[in-house]
Design a protein around this ligand. Structure first.
Ligand SMILES: *Cc1c(COP(=O)(O)O)cnc(C)c1O
Length: 392
């Protein structure tokens, strides 16, 4: 009888724990692009590596098991996974998208899909009435990202799924920020889970990869056809790197989330920090929904300093985090949304969404929490006190 084990154990003890042929305790990297057919009439399981490769398959089966799906698909980037999933849409279809969607997804929808006659509307997904009011007869997909980037807004996944099901649409959810260690969207009724595996799943800032998982066999067939047709598959070396990163997912996220919580509390109490966005803080508007639908608050937070000058000063003096785009790595990553992830957005639109010139995003890594806090303390000591803030 199959023993039910926790997520933490499942990361290590699964079908891919040992290679059945050699006993190797690491998934073999199968470089072959093509496979010899031993029989003229019946071909083997693999024929050509775009259509199927044992190393990629190990990753695809692993992520499917971790997300509780029937089938997983590995792509050459998160955007390749997301773009391929959008190929489920046809001309004339409409997609409803969260307004603070990842920049690359925004570009794909507004500049590429639009040319193929796919319509879109951006809505604030924290407001279910707002979502409901924008569903049209041709709406085929509701696209969710929660918590969102960079303000960590939380969408009620069950609420969206209910609306989607009542209106005959599919729900896609980008689970990059939470990973299946903290949030299992398929269990909540979502149809397609998407990942930039570049971030927490691989976790070491050394690979670009994407994943998709579904729990419906029919949808799995369609997505497989699109993966093979579009061809943006993940290479075997990269598939192996993601598999290796996954083994420590639980312990990395646990440590980084604890640290993120402590840092969020520290920043929230600092007089030069105007606002902290982290779903673990009880005053965060999404706190209770997050508690209800996920098993943690994650390792990403953002915080607002007075203005661009304050943000510049902080970045200039901070020593431990790398200053870069991306997130979800062993090293802490500090980024400046106004000039990085949201640089393409007009300033007024950006500010309307709360992404002001003083906003910084932090993805917490595995450094000692006290070292990070001490580093932020010294960096903040260089930030000028602004009258508005010091008057509080
Ligand atoms: C990085 C990211 C993506 C895109 O993934 P790539 O691997 O960079 O293509 C999509 N969604 C979210 C939330 C991301 O952070």
């Amino acid at each position: 009888m199959e023993q039910r084990v926790s997520f933490q154990t499942k990361l290590l003890h699964n079908k891919w724990k040992t290679d059945p042929q050699t006993g190797a305790v690491s998934v073999p990297i199968q470089h072959a692009s093509t496979f010899h057919q031993f029989d003229f009439d019946t071909f083997g399981k693999y024929d050509y590596s775009r259509s199927g490769n044992p190393t990629r398959e190990a990753l695809e089966e692993t992520i499917a098991a971790l997300e509780g799906g029937v089938r997983g698909f590995a792509f050459s980037s998160g955007m390749a996974a997301i773009s391929t999933a959008f190929l489920l849409l046809s001309k004339g279809d409409h997609v409803l998208v969260t307004e603070d969607v990842y920049g690359g997804t925004y570009r794909m929808i507004t500049e590429v899909l639009s040319r193929f006659g796919i319509e879109y509307t951006f809505v604030d997904m924290t407001d279910l009435h707002e979502v409901a009011s924008h569903i049209r007869p041709n709406t085929k997909v509701i696209y969710v990202e929660t918590p969102s980037n960079p303000l960590l807004k939380v969408t009620d996944i069950r609420g969206i799924v209910k609306l989607a099901k009542a209106n005959g649409c599919l729900t896609f959810l980008d689970n990059t920020f939470m990973t299946p260690a903290l949030q299992r969207p398929l269990d909540l009724g979502v149809d397609v889970v998407l990942h930039s595996a570049t971030k927490f799943l691989a976790g070491h800032s050394d690979v670009v990869a994407g994943l998709a998982v579904v729990k419906d066999e029919e949808l799995a067939k369609q997505l497989y056809k699109l993966q093979n047709a579009f061809g943006a598959v993940l290479g075997v070396q990269d598939a192996w790197l993601v598999l290796r990163g996954l083994k420590t997912l639980h312990v990395r996220l646990k440590q980084s989330s604890e640290s993120a919580f402590a840092i969020a509390r520290y920043l929230a109490s600092h007089p030069k920090v105007e606002e902290v966005f982290y779903p673990g803080l009880t005053h965060h508007p999404g706190h209770s929904v997050q508690r209800y639908q996920a098993s943690g608050f994650g390792a990403v937070l953002s915080f607002r300093l007075a203005d661009e000058e304050a943000a510049r000063t902080f970045v200039k003096h901070v020593r431990i985090p790398v200053f870069a785009v991306s997130l979800g790595a062993v090293e802490s990553i500090l980024s400046y949304p106004a000039k990085m992830s949201h640089a393409a957005m007009p300033k007024e639109e950006r500010e309307r969404r709360g992404i002001t010139d003083g906003l910084l995003r932090l993805s917490v890594g595995l450094e000692a929490t006290d070292d990070l806090i001490a580093d932020f303390e010294q960096a903040l000591s260089h930030v000028k006190e602004t009258p508005a803030v010091s008057a509080r």
